[in-house]
Write a protein that binds this ligand. Structure first.
Ligand code: UD1
Ligand code: MG
Length: 518
């Protein structure tokens, strides 16, 4: 989506936006309101909200109903604190009596019930592929043709489920129909066989003059197959009043996709993901195999970063420049600096990675990890709520949780922070330039002072002062000849057993030849 022209209002002040998002979405067969289903990680309704916010800083009314509190919260979180966020107002449609009824509920959201505005832009909350350019064109045509209603249409191969655009020539054939006057919109379930054969559909995006909209909505009647107040009936009403109805037909019909089913959700997902990949390719990101890269809508990626096949970057993740992300990596809500290398099969969530860090393969960073500059986290290391200092290393087989680890520290293979006593979590603090030997357990709460050394295999249960050596393991004893004696004993036992009857230990292989060789 382009961002040009944001907040530029060529037609004078006076646009109000209404987004319809109150429906359950029965055809989704879901417990969740349709508009909350994510497309490329972003709840569907937010596509309409983002689009509306790009157009202008005017009042934007979002009509919610089904799971209203959740929808309200998601919208609030998305717009709070942003420029133009204050212009977004949520209104409730307590009973979902149809799209016409939904828009009527928005009147209270506009100062003076919308008097003083020149026009309304009405968007379905389930049409996430629409672009800003298309809305611009719709508004341009509305003004150029001095229309009362300007609607967006699309020619599609399979119009099933959509409202059909009935034009004056009455037929369903293609050709120059698009030039003929629009008479009305007829819903799929109310259409005659001839009308069903029309493959020009109503996208569900309209510009309607303010002096007409609410008075027309007040006159709607639910006389149709669904017993609902159809917004689409205002088209026929405008025609009956000899007002001008204009239509803009999409050149790329995909954009008009309305998501009513899971199939359509998957289709929207495919298109948006392709757009997102194209956007970042165009911005200077290399993708070795773009089709296998999954990027969420709010992801940001720096120039000359390289993504290998099967990488998933989710949520609000930001990646800097010149990074390398190898295959089968998943990043969720992470902030990654520049020149970071993430090797294959890593899962990183809600973590902050500074510049020049190397991670993986097979590392798992859970929420709250902070890796300082040039730190290294290697194979089979799990971390949680832990800071690893500049140039510190945890290269092999470790669990580091609730810890603060200083600069230049070496965490030996197999080190475990024992942060949980079964009831509470406790903190481990490790100073700068500490050497933690392999297979160390740090029983938290515990701290290790700067420059200390922990001997391999130590269970640290007491604080270690700076520059000290901590060693806690059973002293080693070497018993001369013990192993040889044992071998001879095993050999003797097995040759005794060979004389024994079948079915006893005599079935075991004899180690004698091997024992002798050693
Ligand atoms: C609607 C149009 C149809 C068009 C299609 C495009 C009507 C009557 N029909 O049909 O002509 O081809 O969109 O995708 O408008 N909603 C409410 N309150 C309600 C009912 C719906 O807020 O009482 C919201 C829904 O949450 C949704 C939007 O309005 O975001 C459209 O509703 P939906 O039920 O999907 O309408 P369609 O049958 O798709
Ligand atoms: Mg729909």
């Amino acid at each position: 989506m382009a961002t040009s022209g944001a907040n530029v209002e060529p037609y004078g002040q006076g646009l109000g936006v209404v987004i319809m998002a109150a429906g359950l979405g029965t055809r989704m067969k879901s417990k969740r309101a349709k508009v909350l289903h994510p497309v490329a990680g972003r709840p569907m309704v937010l596509y309409a909200v983002e689009l509306a916010m790009k157009l202008a800083g005017y009042r934007i009314a979002v009509v919610v109903g089904y799971q209203a509190e959740d929808v309200r919260r998601i919208i609030g979180e998305a717009v709070r604190g942003r420029a133009g966020g204050d212009s977004v107002v949520v209104v409730e449609q307590t009973r979902q009596l149809g799209t016409g009824h939904a828009v009527l509920q928005s009147r209270s959201a506009f100062p003076n019930g919308g008097k003083g505005l020149s026009e309304f832009l009405i968007l379905n909350g389930d049409t996430p592929l629409l672009t800003e350019q298309t809305i611009g064109e719709l508004r341009r045509v509305h003004h150029a043709q001095k229309a009362t209603v300007t609607m967006l249409t699309a020619q599609v191969d399979d119009p099933t489920g959509y409202g059909r655009v009935v034009r004056r020539d009455g037929g369903g054939e293609k050709g120059n129909r698009a030039a003929a006057d629009v008479l009305k919109i007829v819903e799929d379930r109310d259409a005659t066989a001839a009308e069903r054969a029309i493959n020009e559909i109503n996208v569900g995006t309209y510009v309607v003059s303010a002096d007409f909209l609410f008075s027309a909505l007040e006159r709607l009647e639910p006389r149709n197959a669904q017993g609902e107040y159809y917004l689409t009936d205002i088209v026929g009403m405008a025609v009956a009043q000899r007002r001008r109805v204009a239509a803009v037909q999409l050149s790329v019909p995909d954009e008009g996709l309305g998501v009513n089913t899971r199939q359509q959700l998957a289709q929207a997902e495919r298109t948006i993901r392709r757009r997102l990949r194209d956007r970042w390719l165009d911005a200077g990101v290399t993708m070795v195999d773009p089709d296998s890269v999954w990027l969420d809508a709010d992801v940001v990626i720096g120039q000359d970063t390289v993504l290998y096949p099967n990488v998933t970057i989710e949520g609000k993740t930001e990646i800097g420049e010149d990074c390398i992300v190898r295959s089968h990596v998943r990043l969720t809500d992470c902030h990654v600096g520049n020149r970071v290398e993430i090797l294959d099969h890593c899962v990183l969530r809600e973590s902050l990675i500074e510049d020049d860090v190397v991670i993986g393969p097979f590392a798992h960073l859970r929420p709250g990890v902070l890796l300082r500059r040039k730190a290294k986290v290697g194979n089979f290391v799990e971390m949680k709520k832990t800071e690893l200092g500049e140039e510190a290393k945890a290269n092999h087989l470790s669990y580091l949780g609730d810890a603060k680890i200083g600069k230049g520290v070496n965490i030996g293979a197999g080190t475990i922070t024992c942060n949980y006593d079964g009831v509470h979590k406790h903190q481990t603090t490790i100073g700068d330039h500490v050497f933690i030997g392999s297979d160390t357990q740090l029983v938290a709460p515990v701290s290790v002072g700067d420059g200390a050394v922990i001997a391999a295999g130590t269970t640290v249960t007491k604080d270690v002062p700076a520059d000290a050596l901590a060693i806690a393991r059973t002293p080693q004893e070497n018993r001369a000849g013990w192993a040889m004696k044992r071998r001879l004993m095993v050999e003797r036992n097995s040759s005794d057993a060979q004389g024994a009857p079948a079915g006893t230990a005599g079935g075991n292989p004899t180690p004698s030849s091997k024992a002798r060789r050693r």
